[in-house]
Design a protein around this ligand. Structure first.
Ligand SMILES: [Fe+2]
Ligand SMILES: [Fe+2]
Length: 209
């Protein structure tokens, strides 16, 4: 089974389920609310990058059949998310701005093992995706709880539920090809590293991460 989509809003607990070590600074939602055009633009590109990364994983690993079949519908789903955010911008007469440097993702990429074996590199790619999905899920949760606009709170609750399913999928895919103990050990290292990244990053309302 690939998905654990049954998570309810209440059950998505940042510390226990997502495993993230540092909750988002509570000030972030208030800052994001003031810069809706910026946040929607950044969100749109996050969705786009999720789709293109899945395409590239399929292109690079055609022999990993289970992964290919699992990620194919995710490409469609992420692209659907991109379209939803784009429609939201349009509805509000806001513009999709230019893509910005993704500091958070760049920091995560620095932690990927460069000279490792193909398995180690694959594992890091899966765990990077899992982390981005988990942190996005946590950020969407914050928005779904903290925004003033009721419509937007619901809008973000749906994204949160979707990304919760994705985070578990990438961990499961890692475990399909790599020994579970190795996956677990490396995931812990990633979580510790991500905590440091979030801690060191400036809290700004124009970015999802
Ligand atoms: Fe998404
Ligand atoms: Fe996702």
């Amino acid at each position: 089974m690939f998905y654990f989509c049954v998570m309810s809003t209440e059950s998505i607990d940042v510390k226990n389920i997502l495993g993230l070590k540092l909750p988002t600074d509570p000030r972030w939602v208030n800052l994001a609310e003031l810069q809706l055009e910026e946040i929607l633009t950044d969100h749109a590109y996050c969705e786009q990058k999720a789709a293109t990364t899945c395409i590239s994983l399929i292109q690079k690993n055609p022999e990993k059949e289970k992964m290919v079949f699992a990620l194919s519908p995710i490409v469609t789903e992420e692209w659907g998310h991109f379209r939803q955010v784009l429609a939201e911008l349009q509805k509000r007469k806001l513009k999709l701005g230019k893509q910005r440097k993704d500091q958070y993702v760049n920091k995560l990429l620095e932690f990927q093992k460069k000279g490792g074996s193909p398995d180690e590199r694959f594992l890091d790619q899966m765990l990077t995706m899992a982390l981005i999905e988990a942190r996005s899920c946590e950020r969407f949760k914050r928005l779904s709880e903290g925004l003033d606009d009721k419509y937007l709170r619901n809008f973000y609750r749906r994204f949160m539920e979707s990304e919760a399913g994705h985070y578990t999928l990438f961990i499961e895919l890692a475990e399909t090809y790599i020994d579970k103990e190795i996956v677990r050990k490396r995931w812990k290292e990633w979580l510790a590293y991500e905590k440091k990244v979030i801690h060191e990053m400036e809290v700004r309302g124009d970015r999802i991460h």
